[in-house]
Design a protein around this ligand. Structure first.
Ligand code: PLP
Length: 361
């Protein structure tokens, strides 16, 4: 096996890993600095991460209530037992694979998608069955049917908005996948690392009686990729299984503290998300004027394919101008594609100028 690899470089404009372009609010960093004085460093952290999980439950309940405001049924409220937190959503995904995948079990993905789903599943000893999406990267429900029926996976991953394509699955599609997953007694994992950038969330489907969980992260929306904090919202019976497999005291005191304090700055973070969504529209409109194909994105990045030049060459041209984007051009199903993370307005302008120049040579 090869390990996870994402080329980094010393560049001026870094638009390759879907991080937030701005640091978190200064008031958050200040409150964390102050809170550190109260840490009992000689003691193990709270193993259950009680305060953090309660706070996440509260914030996500409010988010669901907002999004689902026009729905007939009252939105369910989440409680701490519905939340599992870990070191990045990658550790959440790993815990899911440890509990529900493993030797003799199968995990399903819909490719192209986030490479770590298949990677983590394999590291945990599971067999992986990759289903294909349609040519335009929308989900192929017939293919999902075929894969689930033939292989009866214990875990089915669905990334929405999907990395690296940006595609959002709508409610009808996610419900349809969930019905199929439940018919084979599986678990549906909706990876919403980019959920806050999109108009609909599968959080509204999470319920004690449904076999679906939603994973989210502080790495993208919360400007805190350095922190390593992610979480899952799901039925209590899933969270109980995850607690059995995760290492004791895996979530250190500093991370728990920072995770709680960050959520005191919701308004600030929502403003940043709104700004990035606006940038998405602006950059997408600019790409429309260039000889590239692009796909609609509900995330903080855009996948595009240069039509007049080779993807590798364009990627190198951008790098020569100190603009780093993700080179997906040799990934299966993504021939010639590049993925650009939305940055600050200035960074995006530099990217667009470099791309325009590359495509006119
Ligand atoms: C970035 C990303 C993650 C985030 O992982 P963390 O471990 O929380 O940093 C998870 N899923 C997808 C699809 C991502 O793109």
């Amino acid at each position: 096996m090869a390990g996870y690899h994402s080329p980094q470089g010393d560049v001026r404009v870094r638009l390759n890993t879907n991080e937030a372009p701005e640091p978190p609010p200064a008031a958050f960093v200040e409150s964390l600095r102050t809170a550190l004085d109260g840490v009992a460093w000689h003691r193990y952290p709270d193993r259950a991460a009680t305060v953090l999980r309660a706070r996440i439950a509260e914030v996500e309940s409010e988010a669901v209530a907002r999004v689902a405001a026009e729905d007939a049924g009252a939105p369910s409220r989440f409680l701490a037992p519905n939340v599992f937190a870990a070191n990045g959503s990658n550790e959440v995904l790993q815990s899911l694979c440890l509990a529900y995948g493993g030797a003799g079990r199968t995990v399903a993905t819909s490719e192209p998608t986030y490479a770590l789903h298949a990677h983590i599943a394999r590291v945990c000893g599971s067999a992986v069955v990759p289903g294909r999406r349609h040519e335009d990267f929308t989900l192929d429900l017939d293919e999902v049917d075929r894969v689930l029926e033939a292989h009866r996976p214990t875990v089915t991953f669905l990334c929405s908005p999907n990395n690296p394509t940006g595609r959002l699955e709508d409610e009808a599609t996610v419900r349809a996948v969930l019905r199929r997953v439940e018919s084979i007694d599986g678990l549906l994992v909706v990876d919403e690392a980019y959920g806050q950038f999109s108009p609909w969330s599968a959080l509204s489907l999470v319920d004690e009686d449904r076999s679906v969980v939603v994973t989210r992260t502080y790495s993208k929306t919360w400007s805190a990729a350095a922190l390593r904090l992610g979480y899952l919202i799901g039925p209590t019976w899933v969270v109980e299984e995850l607690e059995k497999v995760v290492l004791p005291y895996h979530l250190d005191e500093l991370t728990q503290l920072a995770g709680v304090l960050a959520l005191d700055h919701l308004d600030d973070m929502e403003r940043r998300v709104a700004h990035l969504v606006e940038e998405r529209g602006r950059v997408s409109a600019a790409l429309d004027e260039l000889p590239v194909q692009q796909w609609p994105s509900a995330a903080n990045f855009i996948l595009f394919r240069p039509l007049t030049r080779d993807g590798d060459e364009v990627w190198q041209d951008l790098l020569d101008r100190s603009v780093l984007v993700r080179n997906c051009s040799s990934w299966p199903g993504l021939d010639g594609c590049l993925r650009v993370t939305l940055g600050t307005r200035d960074e995006d302008d530099e990217f667009l100028a470099a791309l325009t120049s590359s495509l006119s040579t």
